[in-house]
Structures are given as C-alpha cells and as structure tokens.
Ligand binder design. Structure first.
Ligand code: NAD
Length: 280
C-alpha cells in the first residue's frame, strides 16, 4: 500500500481558516509589515502572494520597499524604526538582501516580540529553553505535519537530515521538546542510510534532490520532505523536486509531497505567528 499523503495544502487551509476566525472574533486590527529591498523577481512574487494570503486571513499587509542600492545602515535604520512603532506588531524581512549586506545581522535587529519568522537568534534560543516565543515557521510546519499523522513522538526515533540554523536545528530541537530521540545529521554524517533505516520519523532538509531513497526508509515510517530544489526538464520548463525520492512512498507509512507539503504549511505558520504577535 502506498504511503498516506500528508497534504500541506489541506492542513494549511484549515490553519488559515482558524486564524481568520480568531482575528475576526478578536475585533482587533492585525497587520504584517514586510521589508523588501530591491527588485528581485522571486521576492516580488513571494510578496504579492503574501499580500493575498494576508488579505484572506483578515491581516493588513504593509510593504516597506527600499531601493536596491540600500546598504546595511539604511535597512537596519528601517528595522529599528519599525521596532519602536507601537502600531507595528509583526515584522518580516524578504530575502535576498543586496550583495554585501549580511542577512543574519539584519534579522538579529528585529524585536524578538515582532519577529514572526523566528529568525532573531533570541527566538531560536527560546526554542531551546521551551519558552513561549515566535518559533521559525518551517520548523513549526514540520512538527504540525508529523503530529497530523497521529504518531506518538515521545520515545520515537527521529532523524533530521540537514542542520542549518533556521531549518534543521530548530526542527531537531522541537522534536527533542516532544521527548523524541533525535539524530541531527549533516553532510559529514557517516552511514546515514543506516541511521535513517532505524527511524520512525525522517525529516529531509538538506537541499539535495532525491537524497532519501526507498532503501533508507523503515516500512511504515513518517517521512517529511522540506527540500525545495529547482530543476529544468527536457522541455526546458522549470519544476520543483524535494529531497525525497518519490519511490519512498512504496515503503513509508506517511509522506509529505513536494510541491504541496511543507511549503504551504510554512505560509500558514507565518500567518499564525502574525496573529500570535498581534493578539497576545
Ligand atoms: P542549508 O544549505 O543552509 O543547509 C543544508 C544542511 O543540509 C546542512 O546542515 C548540510 O550539512 C546538510 N546536508 C547537505 N548535503 C547533505 C547530505 N548529502 N547528507 C546529509 N546532510 C546534508 O539549507 P537550508 O536553508 O536548511 O534548506 C534546506 C532545504 O530546505 C533547501 O532545499 C531549502 O530550499 C528548503 N527549505 C524549504 C522551506 C519550506 O518552507 N518548504 C523553507 C526553508 C528551506
């Protein structure tokens, strides 16, 4: 029997309608302020989609556009002004930033109470301490998707493939918070297929197309694919693949697709963080 699909679009839609209800019943205005620097095409498209998603959820979307030649000082100055503006409760930064501007340095300026992407190191630290805080959206999405399968995380074995600061590490820590036994793997991990083959849950977040293959997976395991890898087909058209080979569905118990998995759920988690920051 093929793996059951963890449908990120359906889960995301249900989270979004819950947020819409929460905002409507609060009777309070909720807004998201996003900074976009320059005219990067994909960042522009992402911002347009975000404006639509916000409108659907009842969130006012304000975009602060800065010229492409902005340096660290201009961008940092804008963030600091937004931090002190009491009408702004939720801030996010579109990437990429201009060459030479360190994104992590800018992100670390966002007030942790307004940092709805959870990218300020203070919020990543709060994840470790288990404090109520704004958690990185992709990590939140992954945990919700795993929990939607009904698996008991406490005592389960989980392997997170990929250990970046904003994706792999927060996922591993959230799984540890659930008292799972967690292995955090990276590109230097030896015998990775042997480790994943023991796992009840595999999260693939390496950015390597079809890295996780059928023989890496224990029958019945939950497999979450975070990877977003762009490829060009023989017809010249671009398409997206994940880090998990589609044939994994022949052995896994549950599997999230790409596209239509972690991506749309991450969008929903950002909107939930916006509502959280504005209404708490
Ligand atoms: P990154 O490049 O910062 O980190 C990659 C991590 O994977 C590193 O820890 C590296 O050591 C590890 N790695 C690389 N090759 C490996 C291998 N062969 N075996 C084991 N580990 C390996 O990437 P990132 O920002 O963490 O993103 C990872 C993937 O997730 C990318 O495809 C990215 O596009 C995707 N992503 C998706 C979402 C979403 O919402 N779906 C959000 C963020 C990132």
């Amino acid at each position: 029997m093929p793996a059951r699909v963890i449908d990120g679009r359906a889960l995301g839609a249900s989270v979004r309608s819950e947020i819409r209800r929460r905002i409507a019943t609060s009777g309070r205005p909720v807004r998201l302020d996003a900074v976009l620097v320059g005219d990067d095409r994909s960042a522009g498209i992402y911002a347009q989609n975000q404006a639509r998603n916000c409108a659907e959820a009842g969130i006012d979307y304000h975009i602060h556009t800065l010229p492409a030649e902005s340096g660290y000082e201009e961008i940092a100055g804008r963030i600091l002004l937004m931090n002190t503006d009491d009408s702004i409760r939720a801030i996010m930064m579109h990437l990429p930033l201009p060459v030479g501007v360190d994104a992590e340095r800018v992100q670390s300026l966002i007030d942790p109470q307004k940092d709805v992407e959870g990218v300020n190191p203070a919020n990543i630290g709060n994840v470790v301490y288990g404090r109520r805080s704004l958690v990185p959206c992709t990590a939140l999405a992954v945990i919700e998707m795993i929990e939607s399968t009904g698996i008991t995380l406490k005592g389960s074995k989980c392997v997170v493939v990929g250990a970046s600061n904003i994706v792999g590490k927060p996922i591993a820590i959230l799984l540890m918070r659930e008292e799972a036994t967690v292995i955090s793997a990276n590109k230097y991990t030896n015998d990775l297929p042997m480790l994943t083959h023991e796992a009840d849950v595999i999260v693939a977040a390496a950015g390597v197309p079809a890295l996780v293959t059928r023989d890496w997976v224990k029958p019945g395991a939950v497999v979450i694919d975070v990877g977003i890898n762009r490829k060009v087909g023989a017809d010249g058209k671009a398409f997206t693949v994940g880090d998990v080979d589609p044939r994994v569905s022949e052995v896994a118990g549950w599997m999230s697709p790409v596209p239509g998995g972690v991506g749309p759920m991450t969008v929903a988690m950002l909107l939930r963080n916006v509502a959280e920051a504005a209404l708490r």
